[in-house]
Design a protein around this ligand. Structure first.
Ligand code: HEM
Length: 127
């Protein structure tokens, strides 16, 4: 499973670079109020940090699932103040979907299953 997820991350990065623009476009499309949550983030530094943290948690999961679960709990807690802790895990799903759509046939059912297993595991790391 680890190898399959790494393959998709490497393939995406080598062809498309950072998924930042595509992921946030999908996030804002999900709920028109979401973009407004980042009003103060004028240089997009926080959003870039959020995207980087999401990819770091995925890399952490591939090496140490418990450590990843702890990071998810910590990050999700910090989202209570933004009132989006319920939507927290959608950012992992959006990241998966952006990669899957861009890779098209190269994102096989085996890759999808590996991602879905990971997202299920991360979802279990509830606050
Ligand atoms: C995989 C799930 C997510 C992770 C790992 C994550 C991570 C982070 C991190 C690390 C920060 C702090 C950035 C900093 O202080 O430099 C942050 C801030 C924030 N996140 Fe997330 N986030 C996730 C999902 C979401 C979702 C789904 C939303 C909205 C629907 C959201 C909305 C926000 C907002 C509004 C801020 C603060 C922005 C500001 O203060 O201007 N996050 N997030």
């Amino acid at each position: 499973m680890t190898r399959l997820i790494e393959q998709t991350l490497t393939l995406y990065a080598s062809h498309y670079g950072d998924p930042y623009d595509a992921v946030y476009a999908k996030l804002y499309a999900m709920d028109s109020t979401y973009e407004g949550l980042f009003l103060l983030d004028t240089d997009e530094g926080l959003r870039r940090n959020m995207m980087r943290t999401t990819l770091e948690i995925i890399s952490t999961y591939l090496a140490d699932r418990n450590a990843a679960a702890n990071r998810v709990v910590g990050a999700q807690m910090s989202h209570i103040t933004y009132g989006v802790e319920g939507a927290f895990h959608t950012f992992f799903e959006i990241t998966r979907d952006v990669i899957a759509e861009a890779l098209a046939d190269a994102f096989t059912p085996a890759h999808a299953e590996a991602w879905n297993t990971m997202l299920d595991d991360l979802q279990k790391a509830q606050i």
